[in-house]
Every structure is written in structure tokens, then in C-alpha cells.
Design a protein around this ligand. Sequence first.
Ligand code: THU
Length: 162
Amino acid sequence: MEIIKKESVIHKYNSQTELTEEEQNLLLKAKEAAKNAYAPYSKFNVGCALLLENGEIILGNNQENIAYPSGLCAERTAIFYAGANFPKIPIESMAITAFSNNYEVNQPVMPCGACLQSVSEFELKFSKPIKIILQGNTGPIYIADGINTFLPFQFFIKELGM
Ligand code: THU
């Protein structure tokens, strides 16, 4: 028996002033996007902002539905928009944030498994890690260098690849 061990690293910052201007701006855009979420059922507004390699910023937010599973998370709303409209442009980084009017979201919100898998596809597509910036409405900021941090044993079958 052998143990296969992988390390996950997250950089934690206690203040936005520790971030680069580009990172601060992307987080601000994600916060603006969260305000436009359609979340009448969960009342949990998530916002996502993607920075593309050409400088374009794409926004997404969660879009819920009375038939609950028909809704979509903020990250996939944004990333699928990027795939649909900028199919050849790699994604540099993404910022994700959330707030609720019912309680304080003071910790970073980790992307759900389905969103991680979708982000993973875009990394594979462009062979380029995507920096992930996370913050609640308040509280610390987490930055990960790529999807590897969250999916260290990510699904990949080379015969299925492009
Ligand atoms: N949600 C996201 O937008 N992103 C995630 O990564 C996790 C959850 C949304 C889905 C739903 O509209 C609400 O948050 C509560 O789960």
C-alpha cells in the first residue's frame, strides 16, 4: 500500500488592501454582480466576475427557478457565458462572493462541486490555471492558484480529451 498525498494551498488575506488592484477590482465587480442575482428562494445572492486574457470582464450571478434544480450557480452562469461569447479567450482569474439580507456572510463561500468541475474544464481547454478569489460579504479573502486546490484528484481521461 502506498499513500498518494497532495497538498492544497490557499492564500488568506485579512484586508482587501493586500490584494493587487486587478484582484480588488474583480472582487468589486463580483459584488456588483451579486446584487443582480435572482435568488427569491434561497435569498443567498452569489456574484462571480471573470477576467479574460483580453481584459474583458464577464459577470454572472445565481439564477434560481421555482423548479429548484433548473436554477444555475453564479460561477457557471459566468463561465458558460464566457464559453459562448469568447470561446477562444482563456480565463485568467475569477472572483466569487455572496451576501444575504437575512444574515452576515462573513466567510468565503467555496464553489460547489458542479461549478468546480465546470471551471476545471476551462483550465483543461486552455491548459491554463485560473486564479480563484473568494470572499464573503465581509471577512477574509482566500486566493487559490487554480482548480487543483479544490480538486486535487480531478477527473481526466486522456482518451476523452480534446
Ligand atoms: N450557489 C452559487 O451560485 N454558487 C455556488 O458555488 C454554490 C451555490 C447558489 C445556488 C443557489 O441559488 C444558492 O446559491 C443557494 O444554494
